[in-house]
Write a protein that binds this ligand. Structure first.
Ligand SMILES: [Zn+2]
Length: 247
């Protein structure tokens, strides 16, 4: 029959192993990789959406200018037609019509240049969009591959956790409820470590060196719980030759 401190030490070792595995699971490199690839993908999609919106705006702008161009061109033709047919018009009217034709011609040419510029901008945006879309698919593949790696790594740890939790449950079942309550309260208060081994006369929880008298008291504790006067952890001296692996 194991002593009360021995039972609690067993429980502590299991809980520490479970805590360490949970920490490992939370900080798997695969998890960071998934986050990184996800971010890349989000950034790519964001850029692609920006280019798409830019293309739409360029297109709208071009339609507007094309309509303006068509109107100016039509007006120019009308005026040019009248100018051509106007033998009877006064010299002043002719000069005015000539001036308008010239203004319209220059406007048409300006609008044509603008349309050309918009087409070039649309070409550039469209090329950029194609490149971005080409990068999205590999990034998506990479994300699902990385997610699968994460799931595999989690599965391994979950298997280990399951076994440890079963073992922990069995170990806790042997501990009286009052003792268990005290253990849990200490664990909650002391960063998960309620029971500390005494190693080379020192409390492994806070490294306080025990006096010979204190050490002797812990050694002869039996079912009593002796605690570290500095960190309040329950102290356990393992019998020689029975030292199990430290946490
Ligand atoms: Zn201590």
């Amino acid at each position: 029959m194991t002593s009360a401190p021995g039972q609690l030490l067993r429980l502590q070792d299991l809980d520490s192993s479970i805590d360490a595995l949970e920490h490992k699971r939370e900080h798997l490199p695969e998890r960071a990789a998934v986050a990184e690839v996800s971010q890349e993908l989000v950034a790519l999609r964001h850029l692609a959406a920006e280019r798409t919106s830019e293309l739409r705006q360029l297109d709208e702008r071009r339609s507007k200018i094309e309509a303006e161009l068509a109107a100016a061109d039509e007006r120019r033709r009308t005026v040019a037609g009248r100018l051509y047919a106007a033998q009877t018009t006064s010299a002043r009217d002719l000069a005015a019509m000539q001036a308008e034709t010239e203004t319209l011609a220059s406007k048409v040419s300006g609008l044509e240049d603008e349309i050309l510029g918009l087409l070039e901008a649309a070409d550039a945006a469209s090329g950029a969009l194609v490149d971005l879309e080409a990068s999205v698919e590999p990034a998506e593949r990479s994300l699902s591959a990385t997610r699968a790696e994460l799931a595999r790594a989690e599965e391994v740890i979950d298997g280990e956790l399951l076994a440890l939790r079963e073992e922990r449950e069995a170990a806790a079942g042997d501990v009286p409820a009052v003792l268990l309550g005290r253990y849990e309260a200490l664990r909650g208060r002391l960063g998960g470590v309620a029971v500390a081994r005494v190693v080379a006369r020192r409390c492994s929880g806070c490294h306080l060196t025990l006096s010979s008298m204190e050490l002797e008291r812990v050694r002869r504790a039996g079912d009593e719980l002796e605690t570290c006067e500095q960190c309040s952890r329950i102290l356990v001296v393992e019998p020689p030759g029975q030292a199990s692996s430290p946490q």
